[in-house]
Design a protein around this ligand. Sequence first.
Ligand code: AMP
Ligand code: MG
Length: 316
Amino acid sequence: MERLGDDPESLQRAAEKLRDGGLVAFPTETVYGLGANAQNGQAVARIFEAKGRPHFNPLIVHVLDLAHVSEFGIVNAQAEHLAEAFWPGPLTMVLPRREGCILSELVSAGHPTVAFRSPAHPIARCLLEEAGVPVSAPSANPSGYLSPTRADHVAQAFKDIDGLLIDGGPCRIGLESTVVDLSSDGPATLLRSGDVTLDNIRAYLSDVVLPSDDTPLLSPGMLASHYAPHKPLRTNATTAGDSESVLAFGDSVPKGGKHLQNLSRSGNLIEAAANLFEMLHIAEQQDVTGIAVAPIPGGGLGAAINDRLRRAAHGD
Ligand code: AMP
Ligand code: MG
């Protein structure tokens, strides 16, 4: 990545890079984030590629304030209370996706929810303002490495990645944001602890719980369960039955079936990742009994795509 300072020209360049679908690593008060325009599926897919994540998990979407959240998610009274108390700051809120939400489905990894945070760091805020788009950003470290709290950490880990890195010095908190799920009708659920503690939240919301073993979907900081289509799915399909919806990849088009969609006509894995959840959602709503998916090559993002498809095929 090319390293930049935090002067106005550099921030303008970085904002332009984000708008154009590129990657920008930037400081927040928690850790450095690896950001991309959350409305651009291919830009979001590049985050997963750069991090070498072996699977897709939902990403936090960074916005300036709650008014911006309401463009994409459904803001309830709990969210209003917590935003009033802790935003901008190290608290992430998971909310239902608004119908017709224009964020890439990849930021939700197929779930009907989106995680939002309004960062307090002045550089992060400046970048969001200049870019004028919501920015999805997980921690700027390769998968399996420690989260980066200094620009040096990011520069070393992402030497060969195309993108910009804004050096804003060390991060004040150095620990990922607190994540609270407000998307259900039930009590708020603390998914990950951070600088904002359970007690801090309880001062504003009477009903906050930790995920329990009998909450099958959630475990601390993670989604134990993944989005899975509600119809049987077959991978590595070269043929499809009359009542199967077909997902092809490049020239690899299963014979037969109906409602053909191509994850990427040119056989590009970044494009395929960007289309994956959207096309699966479309397929499961069609008048079909199942979904047949062509073989997807294993390199780069292919690993995460195949992981998702394998889980869908096994129903987990
Ligand atoms: P990271 O961006 O790597 O700091 O991690 C984001 C955290 O937020 C992860 O623990 C995710 O599981 C969680 N998260 C993000 N989006 C959602 C969502 N839609 N539902 C539940 N958890 C989420
Ligand atoms: Mg992380």
